[in-house]
Design a protein around this ligand. Structure first.
Ligand code: MN
Length: 265
């Protein structure tokens, strides 16, 4: 940092203190072009079909137990539970190009690594307390992906009433195909969704069976968090989640979008 910019920063900070708006000092400093990070942290982004520009990822939200049959297989009552959410770290994204098989590393620590095929909504704007009727206005597009899960670790932690972070939030845990803009594909409220492993269908359902629609998910999420552009939402998986091992070929399908495929290595 140059002497001049440091002086400007100090002056800005002093001014902020004087005017009692110290909370605003940090963003003001960050906006100073002379402020340079000590190293670069790569931006996480997802390709957009038909666009040169990419979708920058701010936060990854995931909804749990959003298909009745999956809620039952996970041991809960689908008729009574409100939706619940968790997050994956932004850089857990693994981009998968359509028409290709992308190598997906089997993660450490687990002996029961599960697939969860899911529709993902990508937001171009957000807010708090969004009404379900307005919620879809915030969706930029949709993608198909996998909420990969170290199930043994998730279950062990849940059993001990500890956070299941380690089961859900790790490198490559958020597999995703490219984003398809709403302008081209519309909104997804129904349509077949499936996952095959080595050519054998394991998960097969329809988006219409989601307990909470994407619009309702956005509305509910926005009660707890201020949603913003760049947030993406994994909308939950249907039943028959199950284990994969090294060498397995996974093929995810969603009616209206290209297939997404990974190989566990
Ligand atoms: Mn999931």
């Amino acid at each position: 940092m140059s002497k001049t910019s440091r002086r400007n920063l100090l002056a800005a900070a002093a001014g902020a203190i004087a005017t009692g708006v110290i909370a605003d000092a940090a963003p003001a400093a960050a906006a100073d072009a002379a402020v340079k990070p000590i190293f670069e942290v790569p931006l996480t982004w997802i390709p957009i079909v038909g666009e040169k520009e990419v979708f920058p990822v701010r936060r990854i939200y995931c909804i749990g137990r959003n298909y009745a049959a999956h809620a039952i297989e996970r041991g809960s009552d689908p008729t009574r539970e409100p939706p619940f959410f968790f997050q994956k770290p932004t850089d857990a994204i693994q981009n998968v190009a359509p028409g290709q098989v992308t190598d997906h590393p089997y993660p450490s620590l687990t002996k029961n690594y599960h697939h969860e095929v899911e529709l993902i909504a990508a937001l171009k704007s957000g807010g708090s307390n969004i009404a379900p009727e307005q919620a879809l206005e915030h969706v930029y597009g949709y993608a198909l992906g996998l909420d990969m899960t170290r199930r043994d670790l998730q279950n062990a932690m849940a059993g001990e009433k500890k956070p299941w972070e380690i089961g859900k939030s790790f490198d490559h845990a958020a597999v995703i195909g490219p984003i398809h803009p709403v302008a081209k594909v519309g909104h997804f409220t129904k349509g077949a969704i499936s996952l095959a492993v080595n050519g054998k269908v394991r998960q097969s359902s329809d988006l219409s069976k989601m307990i909470w629609s994407v619009a309702e998910q956005i509305a509910k999420l926005s009660e707890a968090f201020e949603l913003k552009a760049g947030d993406i939402i994994y909308s939950g998986t249907p039943e028959n989640v199950g284990p994969v091992v090294k060498g397995d070929l996974l093929l995810a399908k969603l009616e209206g979008l290209p297939d997404v495929s990974i190989k566990i290595v």
